[in-house]
Design a protein around this ligand. Structure first.
Ligand SMILES: [Zn+2]
Length: 114
């Protein structure tokens, strides 16, 4: 089972308590009412869907309920760090590289249950 560190609760909790909430650090337009439909569509729906390091919003839905940000590798599914909402992106050069070990999933551990 994947464990995610909540920067507010200051502990790792089961992934089942969390929900991904889209990309982090998206600049909200200040002139939303003046945007064309095409520009609004691009802002609201279109995302980069990066392969590798990405910054995402997460919510500790079944815990403290707060939103926070995470740096996650989309290939290995490893969280490199989590940090409180409102803080700038962490310096990626200080983050540890993603592990090459296979990702342990709930399904993999469930099949081993007796
Ligand atoms: Zn929490």
């Amino acid at each position: 089972m994947l464990l995610i560190y909540c920067p507010y609760c200051e502990e790792e909790r089961s992934e089942l308590e969390f929900r991904q909430a889209g990309d982090a650090h998206i600049a909200r337009p200040t002139t939303m009412t003046e945007m064309s439909d095409e520009d609004f569509e691009a802002f609201f729906f279109l995302r980069d869907n990066v392969k590798g390091l990405t910054f995402e919003r997460w919510r500790h839905l079944n815990g403290c309920g707060r939103f926070f940000n995470a740096a996650r590798d989309t290939v290995s599914d490893k969280f490199l760090t989590t940090y409180k909402a409102g803080l700038p992106r962490p310096d990626v050069s200080t983050l540890r590289p993603a592990a090459s070990a296979p990702v342990e999933t709930y399904e993999a551990t469930e099949s081993d249950a007796k």
